[in-house]
Design a protein around this ligand. Sequence first.
Ligand code: NAP
Length: 335
Amino acid sequence: MPTALITGITGQDGYYLTEFLIGRNYHVVGLRRKTSSDHSSTFRHLGNKIDFIYGDLLDTFSMAEAIKKHQPEEVYNLASQSYPGESWRLAIETGEITGLGAHRLFEAVRHVKPDCRIYQASSSEMFGDPQQVPQNENTPFNPMNPYAASKVYAHNLARIYRKSYGMFISCGILFNHESPHRGMHFLTQKVTYGAACAKLGIKNSAALNEVGEPMVKDGKIALGNLDSKRDWGYAGDYAEAMWLMLQHQQSDDFVIGTGQARTIKQFCEAAFSFVGLDWQNYITVDQRFVRPTETGPTVADASKANKILGWKPTTSFTDMVGMMVDNHLNKLKSK
Ligand code: NAP
């Protein structure tokens, strides 16, 4: 039975990757922080097939210890301060975790088990304000926020360790992917939660946004730039791509996305029409949520992953949005 170590197991992708790997008979070791919230109920259906251990990307020794003890064949580095919008407020922390944290992990693997295969979670945010549309593995990076700059740092280190030490580190340049397990401060969760609240007539929500105000206030949801375009896929489809990258004979970089860009307005339209409502009655623009510098238009050219790994997304945009709204409706109704 192969062993996989996952950093960031308590996040969205950690959830789907764990499910995927356990379905392939892996022993999964999940690294979580002392401060991580209790996710035992999220993973209950997977029984006792996961070993949770404490560790932190800020602490090289905690990762080295985990690798020494569990001797994983594969390490998936999903841990990150993953919210680009927050990365101006948490600029140094983002660099420490998202950039240097990955570097610390590469060093821990190099010293303890250099034959271990590593997946590094790179991001389409690295393309920032791109010079070509759609973007592929050869598109130059042009990061527009501290999160994206930190991901570029980690991505470059992955390439350097690959070349300098012959380590197997594959980078998945993933475009936005969403699901009911997405963090609540991400735009797609705000919108789908807002649509569910609107359907149920909730005018002031219990859930708070990143500035500590009700996500739905007086029946309205405050967002930033509605014309921004993103390539949104379903997180469950993307876990398989991560695994496929580590099964390939050589380490490489792969762009993963759907190839279809939509505006935030279109996302709002899909979420509110799922519950039979007009989004324009519920969404407002608040300058506090407009990024100082915008990203995009980012849209994936995932033809390399399709050709070499045989990967392609299977869940439609409409189904993914519907799944997220449904999840909020069910949770709100059960309260
Ligand atoms: P997520 O839900 O925000 O999860 C982030 C995870 O990182 C959480 O488990 C968090 O643990 C952990 N973490 C944060 N700081 C840490 C530290 N110092 N030490 C150890 N763990 C730490 O993110 P996601 O959506 O699953 O994304 C997974 C990865 O893919 C991230 O690196 C993200 O930047 C990248 N990515 C995501 C997307 C996307 O659209 N989702 C697109 C491209 C790339 P706690 O529970 O303790 O907070």
